[in-house]
Design a protein around this ligand. Structure first.
Ligand SMILES: [Fe+2]
Ligand SMILES: [Fe+2]
Length: 190
């Protein structure tokens, strides 16, 4: 699909604030791509598609998980907000004709991250956290600077902040978030 077609379609399925966030992620991802020698169009496209499943109700997302054989055990039952990440690669393929495996990988780990992320995976993961429409939270200014300097250090910082935040709120932390955190912590220390 052409970028314009993707944007037009997303505009009809996402609420206005989510659509604005989506554009923010796409533009931020393409700016980061310029810094880290990643294809800018690919980064923009991944940014556009990352929350393509977020417009559906939790019930509808559950149905989509069943349709795509996504296992609903473990954290997904306790943290249904993670379902949209699992659905995104399938939906991007079916509804937005996205075939680029690197893009599908990036949107499929944009919330939890994963071990040994590619530069594009990291860019989408980070852009989602720092895009300009995000409200300022503690640590965000540091993360925004790092985003254009060091992808590994930036990913580590985000994961650290996220785990601290979820712990403070008493919320369930996905195993992948913890594993990703440990991976980037090790990378930082070695
Ligand atoms: Fe998301
Ligand atoms: Fe997002």
């Amino acid at each position: 699909m052409e970028l314009q077609q993707i944007e037009d379609k997303l505009k009809t399925v996402l609420k206005p604030s989510r659509y604005r966030h989506t554009l923010g992620v796409a533009y931020t991802a393409s700016c980061m791509a310029m810094v880290f020698d990643v294809d800018t169009e690919r980064a923009y496209r991944a940014g556009l598609l990352h929350d393509c499943a977020k417009g559906f109700s939790i019930e509808k997302q559950r149905q989509l998980c069943e349709r795509y054989n996504i296992c609903l055990e473990g954290t997904l039952t306790k943290s249904p907000q993670l379902m949209h990440q699992e659905i995104a690669p399938f939906l991007a393929k079916d509804d937005y004709e996205e075939e680029d495996k690197e893009i599908l990988s990036a949107i499929g780990c944009h919330t939890t991250g994963k071990i040994a992320m590619s530069p594009l995976d990291q860019i989408v993961f980070i852009a989602d956290y720092i895009e300009p429409n995000r409200k300022i939270i503690p640590g965000l200014i540091k993360v925004r600077k790092l985003a254009f300097e060091d992808l590994d250090a930036c990913a580590y910082e985000i994961l650290n902040n996220t785990i601290n935040y979820l712990t403070e709120c008493g919320q369930e932390i996905d195993q992948r978030t913890i594993k990703t955190y440990e991976y980037y912590k090790n990378k930082k220390e070695n």
